[in-house]
Design a protein around this ligand. Structure first.
Ligand SMILES: *Cc1c(COP(=O)(O)O)cnc(C)c1O
Length: 358
């Protein structure tokens, strides 16, 4: 069995050239006589890997020196706690916008550490649209938290919201899918395993004027100042994940950067949504102005056909299309590493399936 078309929501597909290069240099890396996993994180060779990964990310996202770039462990969920611990004193308030399962989880965790104020909650609409900013009730606390792309519901903000407090964004499933204006954000964080690299790593991009506000009880491994002051090496970092992520950044730069990636992603998304919208057999329930480029949930006209759809898809090498357990139906995650050819193969199959069963 060769490599399949992988539509997994996370850990997700990685670019094949990146995996091939990692394979080629796995046993003996950069003349070290050992793999990258087996050398000190303080060695010259590894330090240059970490430095270059940060530099490449800064180039890709055009991150100014007003921002620190941190490589953290613990995934995005750990940042749900790190955000309040780093930005708010005990008893201080923060705004949370709830637009789906992940922003809801961030709120639940954040509420353990701050006076969390819900600005708006899209659950009445089953999280199928973004609550209009006219009805938001901002209080303007230490920060405003939101999730620009809800991975489970497939809901993505078309614009960056204007907020009273510094904007904190969980970009786990959208960072690097297109260019963004980093200067609009106070903090951006993302678990790597969706659109960036392997699991075990989280990126945190934080405006420097927001450093130095961590409460005294903030654990050292969650403390952003501590990470910044130690070059993200306060303790042993996830070296292999940083190395591989650096290879993904290099792959993106070779491709032409985020403008080029964004054009490809837009074509992939419009091909798939186009097929869904033209058919009366497939359905995507999300408000058209807020559809995700990365995660495309859809249902079949008859859910009794779900199992057959998945079985036949798998027999054609179209993997991991089952929807999240909380939503049902199907979900195709079409992150950067999912090629246009994979999306085309999916669309061909969906078209044929509809002709046979629709
Ligand atoms: C996957 C995901 C998370 C959780 O990431 P972990 O690395 O598993 O903690 C949080 N937020 C979003 C938007 C996600 O897609």
């Amino acid at each position: 069995m060769g490599r399949t078309h992988n539509f997994c929501a996370g850990p997700a597909a990685l670019p094949e050239p990146v995996l091939a290069r990692a394979r080629d240099e796995l046993l003996e890396w950069q003349g070290q006589g050992a793999s990258v996993m087996e050398v000190s994180h303080r060695s010259k060779a590894f330090e240059s890997v970490a430095r270059e990964a940060e530099a490449a990310l800064r180039r890709l996202l055009n991150i100014s020196n007003d921002y620190a770039v941190l490589f953290q462990q613990g995934g995005a969920s750990q940042q749900f706690a790190a955000v309040p611990l780093n930005l708010a004193e005990e008893g201080a308030a923060a705004d949370y916008l709830v637009t789906g399962q992940w922003s809801k989880k961030a709120l639940a965790e954040g509420a353990r550490f701050v006076e969390a104020h819900v600005v708006a909650d899209g659950s009445a609409d089953n999280f199928m649209s973004i609550p209009d900013s006219d009805v938001w009730s901002e209080q303007g606390g230490c920060y405003f938290h939101y999730c620009p792309n809800e991975t489970i519901g497939g809901l993505e903000f078309p614009n960056v919201p204007e907020t009273l407090a510094p904007l904190v964004a969980d970009m786990s499933s959208t960072l690097l899918s297109r260019p963004i204006d980093v200067s609009k954000f106070g903090v951006i964080y993302a678990g790597a395993q969706k659109n960036i690299g392997p699991a075990g790593l989280a990126l945190v991009i934080v405006r420097r004027d927001l450093l130095g506000k961590a409460r005294a009880s903030c654990p050292a491994v969650l403390n952003w100042d501590n990470a910044e002051n130690n070059g993200s090496m306060y303790n042993t970092p996830p070296t292999f994940a940083i190395y591989l992520t650096g290879l993904v950044f290099a792959w993106l730069e070779e491709l032409g950067g985020l403008a080029a990636m964004s054009a490809i992603n837009e074509r992939k998304a419009s091909r798939l949504y186009g097929l869904i919208d033209e058919s009366s057999f497939y359905h995507n329930p999300v408000d058209r102005s807020a559809r995700s480029w990365m995660n495309v949930p859809f249902t079949l006209a008859d859910s009794a056909l779900d199992a057959t759809f998945l079985e036949e898809a798998e027999s054609r090498g179209l993997m991991n299309l089952k929807g999240h357990r909380s939503v049902g139906g199907m979900r195709a995650s079409i992150y950067n590493a999912v090629s246009e050819a994979s999306v085309e193969a999916l669309c061909d199959f969906m078209h044929q399936f509809e002709q046979r069963y629709g």
